[in-house]
Design a protein around this ligand. Sequence first.
Ligand code: C5P
Length: 241
Amino acid sequence: MVLNKSFKSIKKTKIIIALDFSNINIAMSFIKKLNPNIHRLKIGKEMFFLFGLNFIKKLIKLGFKIFLDLKLHDIPNTVSKAIQSFSKLKIWMISIHSLGGKEMMKSAKLALNSFKHKPPLLFSVTILSSLSQIDLTELGMFFSIKKQILLLSKLSKEIGLDGIICPGIFSKYIRKHLGKNFKIVSPGIRFKKDLHHDQKNVISPKEAIKFNIDYIVLGRSITLSKNPIKSLNKINSFILK
Ligand code: C5P
């Protein structure tokens, strides 16, 4: 398989592509257009349930850094065992939900000791980019979204996680309170003309780069684009400016 080498390398904001495909052949022909030195791949529940660890092994073999975004949220023992179950793989990043609580996050962190190779980075999802203030209130969460994200981020940092996942719009606020060594991943990125789909807290790629977000997750704005490479080049040009 020949992979695209035409992108220049990026030192600042890094790109993670959310591979949410239900067809493996379509996914592979899309992946061919990417460059593993620039584009990291995020495998979520859909592709993990459909194609499992073999698919991930194949992508690792092609040289891609893999973010296994299973957003684990369960009792501490179950989360720990789930993480240990892929300890033989060279996965670059994994995710858990900070709403699973302190003990669950501690167990997840401890489970990283079982990895044969360098353990993956451990990130926690704070508040999903698909949730609005009204959604939070419905769930009995009465802080403002940004205060809720800060609270969960502080907890995640205290436990020693590498960073958090939050809507880009709140990244500046989190950065201000927690510093630049605690990393931020932001999904919900859309070009101005894109549909927002189920995402409620959305920012543009240009804004994400201006906010110095460490990793931006690009899903449907790229995978549904008529010309994904043109869209990625556009984003690269913002990053390289
Ligand atoms: O297609 P879109 O750009 O909306 O995809 C966003 C991706 O990021 C999805 O794979 C989704 O599961 C993931 N994600 C998210 N919000 C979070 C964490 C992950 O949308 N807080």
